[in-house]
Design a protein around this ligand. Structure first.
Ligand code: FES
Length: 66
């Protein structure tokens, strides 16, 4: 299932990034760019982080669209 439409990142990729050590929305963004455009996927990213036991943190601050 696609989580980040802007960058065509699916849930498997997000889970892989979290398993590889990403512990915040910003860390996910650095790894696969999810959350760096419109920000609509941020709540999904936060939910996936919370499910893994990581802190959720703010949405990525570097979104290109405000
Ligand atoms: S859907 Fe992820 S940044 Fe737009």
């Amino acid at each position: 299932m696609i989580v980040c439409v802007c960058h065509a990142v699916n849930d498997r990729k997000i889970k892989e990034v979290i398993q590889n050590g990403a512990r915040s929305v910003s860390a996910i963004a650095r790894s696969c760019r999810a959350g760096t455009d419109c920000g609509a996927c941020c709540s999904s990213l936060r939910n996936m982080l919370a499910e893994s036991g990581a802190r959720t943190g703010p949405c990525h601050e570097g979104q290109s669209r405000q």
